[in-house]
Ligand binder design. Structure first.
Ligand code: LLP
Length: 419
């Protein structure tokens, strides 16, 4: 029998693999992020298989979820890391990453961050401005180093996704416009300490289909064809996952197929990089919460829980949809309800007009598909501590981040109080 991975109902409630979520809530308290190691590994292997013909190198986009134990799990699967800050680099290294398997992206890398990445001897700098190139060139030359650099191209394509997570359009802040990239290639002598080697693309997240990626690839391949120094093509991330029951995004296999077909002919010359974030993590995580109060407001049922936009910002920021499942056995649907958090903002609504059973204080709920951009975007707003995190593996559940304390919230200020 195929071992069940991920989240499913059994007779006595909602499980993550072999562990009942209500038992985890009792043991560790809520709010609690729960992750399935089986789902992460499954998605890593499916993505690798879908692109296998290109023999890609996978760099997990750390921003999706930067927990050290999850980074280590992915490193053990063979992943490198895509980082966008000195902090993410420090996390990847702390998880045991091989620095040569780290790529550094981002529009605003500071001198300090570039220095840290040079000292760590990371694999690739994905550069986004001429000013960054000049700064990196000066730092590298002073350090007697010659780092490998890819140019992030702005291909001027608008993918079909939420406007907040489109990065490929000509009016966005990301990458080099085509004409500037071409002129930099012609005048690369200005950067003798930089080993030019590749082109980087990342046009957006949660891409509805591969069409925009294929258009962006035409732009990138045209640049690559003009310059034999370019031997790496980094395709970025953006692979979609379903959030709504009705979502019909292409599978990773269907998304990859036309890309693999287009790039196959370049295999002799190019090495391919991928930077998946959401695809590996979103469906692996749930945010478990406890009902605090239920009230009727203007005929609408309002369910107040112990988590909110401070722990899962996506609904407030992108109007994102996360399924809400009761931890007890799936009950017949009741009247539509809004699920809201404790934060003093009207935008602190996690789910609107959902058919949920009648709930009472103390009952548990799970916000699903919360593994990517959930904890990593969490804050301590309203002086709330962030959730604890638990990883479920074949062996059971283990804490991978204990809950913060009030003392930890205040520590950096307390040491200044009487100074
Ligand atoms: N590479 C680069 C350079 C990126 O900027 C990103 C994501 C990725 C890779 C990974 O993309 P993914 O495979 O996860 O789609 N907070 C938003 C998503 C922001 C994505 C930012 N960049 C959300 O919650 O939907």
């Amino acid at each position: 029998m195929k071992r069940l991975v991920g989240f499913q109902y059994r007779a006595d409630g909602l499980y993550c693999e072999g562990v009942r979520l209500a038992d985890l809530a009792a043991r560790y308290g809520t709010p609690l992020y729960v992750y399935s190691a089986g789902v992460i590994r499954d998605r890593y292997r499916r993505l690798s298989a879908a692109f296998a013909a290109l023999r890609p190198r996978l760099y997990y986009a750390v921003k999706a979820n930067a927990n050290l134990s999850l980074l280590k799990l992915l490193k053990d699967e063979g992943a490198g890391f895509d980082v966008v800050s000195g902090g993410e680099l420090a996390r990847a290294l702390a998880a045991g990453a091989d620095p040569a398997r780290v790529v550094f992206a981002g529009v605003g890398k500071t001198e300090a961050e570039l220095t840290e990445a040079l000292a760590a001897r990371i694999g690739w700098f994905n550069a986004e401005s001429a000013d960054e190139l000049a700064r990196l060139n000066a730092l590298a030359s002073a350090a007697g180093r010659r780092p490998r650099v890819a140019l992030r191209l702005n291909p001027d394509v608008e993918p079909d996704t939420h406007p907040h997570v489109r990065t490929g359009g000509g009016r966005s802040k990301f990458g080099f416009p085509l004409d500037e990239a071409l002129s930099l290639l012609r005048s690369w002598d200005r950067f003798p300490a930089l080993d030019l080697g590749g082109v980087h693309l990342h046009i957006g997240s949660q891409l509805a289909d591969p069409a925009a990626t294929l258009r962006a690839l035409d732009v990138a391949l045209d640049v690559i064809a003009r310059d034999p120094r370019l031997t790496v093509l980094d395709l970025g991330g953006g692979f979609p996952v379903p959030y709504r029951e009705s979502d019909a995004y292409p599978s990773i296999e269907a998304f990859a197929a036309p890309i693999v077909a287009k790039l196959g002919a370049w295999l002799g010359r190019l090495t391919f990089h991928l930077e998946p974030g959401r695809y590996l993590m979103a469906e692996a995580g749930a945010l478990v919460t406890t009902v605090q109060a239920v009230k009727i407001m203007a005929g609408r049922r309002v369910v107040v829980v112990d988590t909110g936009l401070h722990h899962l910002l996506r609904p407030a920021l992108y109007n994102a949809y996360h399924r809400v499942l009761p931890l007890a056995r799936a009950a017949p649907a009741g009247v539509p309800a809004d699920v809201v958090g404790p934060i003093c903002e009207s935008s602190d609504v996690l789910a609107r007009e959902r058919r949920l059973p009648e709930l009472r204080p103390g009952e548990g709920l799970a916000l699903m598909e919360a593994g990517a951009y959930g904890f990593s975007m969490a804050s301590q707003y309203n002086a709330q501590v962030r959730p604890a995190e638990v990883l479920v593996t074949g062996e059971g559940a283990r804490l991978i981040r204990r809950r913060e304390t009030y003392a930890e919230l205040m520590a950096p200020e307390r040491e200044c109080l009487d100074a």
